[in-house]
Design a protein around this ligand. Structure first.
Ligand code: PA5
Length: 445
């Protein structure tokens, strides 16, 4: 079984012929990716990454993960591309209440360095008190303020509680091959270190140790995840015909919708476990395409939850949106609606039906209502939430993003805009080297 793309509910907005007329263009840009002749070609390490991952590499990551799994809690420190991929996969695969269980077989995974909330870090430190914990510190540049700040605080806490010698066996660094403060720190302290290849940008790095190590620590099968990605890598190459090439089809369809004024793409799920998958996807597409004053705005909703909040806007607000629904065919567990003698809630008509059946009818009803309301609907069908299909899904969206960015004529692999807030923050904080900028910015306040 594989993931599939259903464009039926787009065709009344963008015709089949229109989509097919762009097949050659998508193929051309797919070839540009594979030849490395397009914009940002220094950052194409993700393209053939799945097929280049060796079993030895995965075994090494698993061995490190097994050591960290001896801890009660593992703190994953990172932000943006050094955070969202791991969180997306872990949340998608985890039992929603596992972290509340006493007899757990997996360590609790918590995150830090993805914000600068003082109360957040205070509460995290309080939670870690008296617990055995490890740290995975992830930063490609090794200079990002948020994770650096969190790591400094957590490192001290760990060293204070178990001593420097034990602490260094519980800290793993994932960083650049040769440069950066984290690299130097990890070398000096003797931490186990994994390298993020130079040519893999943050938002494309989930299949490097950035994602694989935390996912393995959380107890999930990284071999299956990579297998799924390998499948999708092989099935989205330029020699795969457009009719079978999901990445090319998705890239073309969303760009055709964009040209018709559909400027916002809402990634929809009907499964709360996919909330953070959407956060990962938002970064992938937002950072890749939002530049040169162009780009579809990537948004996300969790249904049916948000049908009771954002549903009104989607149904009747400005008609500048389209939806991409990740539809999971099968739930893992069975819960049937029980019979109730009094039937005061009037739900006896559903007796014996599975909750997932009700969810599926909500999904179908929503799709039809939104299409009627002028919202085109792309459907990505996933057989079930498992490592293998998440691997497929990840690579599918990455590949489509590369092609889509080229169709939009931007460099999908840089993110110059991310620097603007950092410069101002450093100026405001009077960081060494920013003295002049500090004076200037004070005048603007
Ligand atoms: O995609 C990106 O480049 C960013 O989201 C980075 O991943 C994020 O800023 C973290 O960077 P670093 O891994 O260098 O700490």
């Amino acid at each position: 079984k594989v993931i599939s793309l259903n464009l039926d509910k787009v065709l009344s907005f963008v015709g089949k012929a229109e989509i097919e007329s762009k097949a050659a263009l998508a193929k051309q840009y797919n070839e540009v990716l594979h030849k490395g002749s397009g914009k940002g070609s220094d950052f194409l390490g993700w393209l053939n990454l799945p097929t280049s991952i060796t079993s030895a590499h995965l075994d090494d990551i698993q061995a490190t993960a097994n050591e960290l799994r001896k801890c009660e809690v593992v703190v994953v420190v990172g932000i943006g591309g050094s955070y969202l991929g791991a969180k997306a996969v872990i949340e998608a695969l985890s039992n929603s209440f596992d972290w509340l269980q006493k007899d757990r077989k997996n360590p609790v995974i918590v995150y830090a360095g993805q914000n600068i909330g003082e109360d957040y870090i205070y509460e995290l430190l309080a939670y870690l008190k008296g617990k055995s914990f490890g740290i995975i510190n992830i930063s490609k540049s090794g200079t990002t303020t948020e994770p650096a700040l969190a790591f400094r605080i957590l490192k001290k806490e760990l060293e204070d509680s178990v001593g420097k010698a034990v602490a260094k066996t519980r800290i793993v660094a994932v960083t650049d091959a040769a440069r950066g403060a984290l690299h130097t720190l990890a070398k000096n302290e003797g931490y186990k270190m994994y390298v993020i290849p130079d040519n893999v940008g943050g938002r494309f790095s989930v299949l490097t140790p950035v994602g694989l190590l935390p996912i393995a620590v959380a107890g999930f099968d990284i071999k299956k995840l990579v297998e799924g990605a390998v499948y999708m890598e092989k099935n989205t190459t330029p020699d795969v015909p457009f009719e079978k090439n999901l990445a090319e089809q998705y890239a073309v369809t969303r760009n055709e919708l964009y040209k018709k004024g559909k400027k916002i793409e809402i990634l929809v799920n009907f499964n709360p476990k996919l909330h953070f998958f959407a956060e990962w996807w938002k970064q992938l597409y937002g950072e890749s395409e939002g530049k040169d004053n162009k780009g579809i705005y990537p948004a996300a909703v969790d249904f049916t939850t948000d049908l009771h909040s954002m549903g009104q806007w989607i149904q009747e607000g400005e008609r500048t949106i389209f939806e991409t629904v990740i539809s999971v065919a099968n739930a893992h567990h069975k819960v049937e609606v029980p019979s109730d003698a009094e039937d005061l809630d009037g739900l006896n008509f559903l007796v014996g039906k599975r909750v997932d059946y009700v969810n599926k009818m909500a999904e179908l009803g929503t799709q039809l209502a939104h299409v009627d309301g002028g919202v085109p609907n792309i459907k990505v069908e996933v057989p079930e939430l498992s490592e293998y299909y998440l691997g497929q899904l990840i690579y599918f969206f990455e590949k489509a993003c590369g092609i889509s960015g080229y169709i939009l004529e931007v460099n999908p692999f840089d993110q110059p805009g991310v620097e603007a807030y950092k410069k101002n923050m450093f100026a405001l904080l009077n960081k060494p080297g920013f003295e002049k900028a500090h004076e200037e910015i004070q005048k603007r306040l």
